[in-house]
Ligand binder design. Structure first.
Ligand SMILES: [Fe+2]
Length: 491
């Protein structure tokens, strides 16, 4: 490993952890709610071997999955690598074999497979629970099925051969009223292909519909939204091409001259019904939720002004501009009766937020009141001395509950030495939106270990109701999800 690689693989809290773990009866501070019965799953990346190229994207790190199993006032923790084809190949070779993010041309010849680039997925982005099964996802390959209790990897899943795209999105959406899942694969027929396949699966996990469309240009299509009538597909800015891959570059570059797009298609529509709305430069990674009002689609999303990822550099050779990598909570109105292809956008709160937002899963596709995400509140104390030199300049120190009705923001503060990872919503009660808990991992920089906070989602300002204290440091989660005991065969 070169010194430069060592620098980019990171030290301190984000340094690779490289271990699997089983820890029963974790230490708990506070009082665990007696009604918590289920598991919080989190997925992320952790380099087992350092990357071949020092400027590679951290998104290329090996996938892992961890779980906090809550039952009867106890919490058990488990963590496993996702034993992907790629992970097994490099473990057998005892070294890194794979090159740049989503560029098989840069792989070691012993594993280079240009016909099946989806076999090099690290499955490091998100957990998915549907039809009683647990999966790990990454948008460049098929899902991996995971045992929900042991976290052992069971292999890839192609939905009984009915999933024809080579790839599967990291962020499918599940309709809480029907149990249906809407998902898609982009670059569906191969690297840099402009094919987007959109699927509807029934609540048993069987493919019921497939629609094949072409995208305006090939770009990251990372997240989507559904309403009770429509599927919404946003993207913008990132570009790739076969020439770019043959030149040995990381898969994506940023082209600020490219418009952003939001595709809208009826849930029962055909390819000819897809309508692409066109907008200004935007980095559209994640959404909160959407709903349909008459012939208008309303989308809430924490989109960035411009390129968020410094490791996907501008194609014109200019330096990455951190000042434009700012996310705000936006309300986007797409008028299906309009004669032009633009949309109306409104920034709802002036503060920058983290773009890993959530809503109560019981209101996905419906008009919702509360949006939840993490953010930096500069008014909160920050104990730099205790955090040490490797801590970030700005801590993600708060969770916010953003109320679309009153405009109020209720916040939870994690502490002056804590950096919060993505939150997840745990539903409680009989279905009233917002009744539940917020859970998520906090990096405790003062003690260099991790904690899981459990916050009452209706009273975040009261502080956490409980904190699970781990005696070690966890690596960075990308996404997490809560599974109630009835959703998976948990023991
Ligand atoms: Fe994501």
């Amino acid at each position: 490993m070169t010194d430069l690689t060592a620098a980019l693989v990171q030290r301190g809290f984000a340094a690779p952890t490289r271990f699997e773990a089983d820890l029963d009866d974790c230490e708990v501070a506070g009082s665990l709610p007696s009604d918590l019965n289920g598991a919080f799953y989190r997925v992320g990346g952790d380099w087992y071997y350092p990357p071949l190229f020092p400027d590679d994207a951290p998104l290329n790190a090996d996938g892992f999955i961890s779980s906090f199993r809550f039952n009867k006032g106890k919490v058990d923790f488990h963590q496993r690598w996702v034993h992907t084809h790629r992970f097994e190949q490099q473990k057998a070779a005892r070294r890194q074999l794979y090159g740049y993010y989503r560029n098989p041309y840069t792989d070691d010849p012993s594993v280079r497979d240009l016909q099946h680039p989806n076999t090099r997925t690290v499955s490091n982005t998100a957990p998915l629970i549907h039809a009683g099964k647990l999966f790990t996802l990454k948008e460049d390959g098929l899902p991996y099925q995971i045992d929900p209790n042991t976290l052992a990897t069971r292999g890839t899943w192609d939905f009984h051969g009915k999933w024809k795209s080579q790839t599967f999105s990291a962020h499918p959406k599940i309709d809480p009223l029907t149990g249906e899942m809407v998902a898609y694969g982009y670059e569906a027929t191969g690297m840099a292909s402009d094919d987007l396949f959109i699927y509807t699966l029934d609540k048993a996990g069987s493919v019921r519909r497939e629609v094949r469309v072409k995208v305006p240009y090939v770009s990251i299509i990372h997240d989507m939204a559904i309403t009770h009538r429509h599927v919404i597909i946003p993207f913008g800015g990132y570009v790739t091409s076969r020439e770019r891959l043959l030149a040995g570059k990381v898969h994506w570059g940023w082209d600020a001259s490219k418009p952003s797009y939001i595709g809208v298609i009826p849930r029962d529509g055909e390819a000819r019904d897809m309508r692409w709305f066109k907008g200004p430069e935007r980095c559209m990674m994640h959404v909160f939720n959407a709903h349909t009002e008459g012939n208008k689609v309303i989308l809430y999303a924490p989109f960035y002004d411009s390129n968020f990822f410094p490791f996907f550099p501008p194609t014109d050779g200019s330096p990455w501009n951190p000042a434009k990598a700012r996310a705000f909570i936006r309300k986007i109105t797409l008028d299906l009766d309009s004669s032009d292809d633009g949309w109306h956008e409104e920034i709802l709160w002036p503060m920058q937020v983290g773009d890993l937002g959530k809503v109560d899963p019981r209101v996905v596709s419906l008009q919702s009141r509360y949006l939840y995400t993490s953010y930096n509140d500069p008014q909160r104390p920050y104990d730099r001395d205790r955090c040490g030199p490797n801590a970030p300049a700005r801590m993600t120190n708060s969770y916010g509950r953003f109320d679309l009705v009153t405009g109020k923001v209720e916040s939870f503060f994690a502490g002056p030495t804590h950096n919060l990872q993505e939150l997840s919503f745990v539903p409680r009660g009989r279905g009233e939106e917002g009744d539940g808990y917020l859970v998520g991992v906090a990096n405790n920089y003062a003690e260099m270990r991790s904690e899981l906070v459990v916050v009452d989602a209706q009273r975040p300002a009261d502080g956490e109701v409980a904190r699970v204290i781990l005696p070690f440091r966890l690596n960075s989660q990308v996404h997490g999800v809560w599974a109630s005991a009835g959703e998976l065969p948990l023991v």
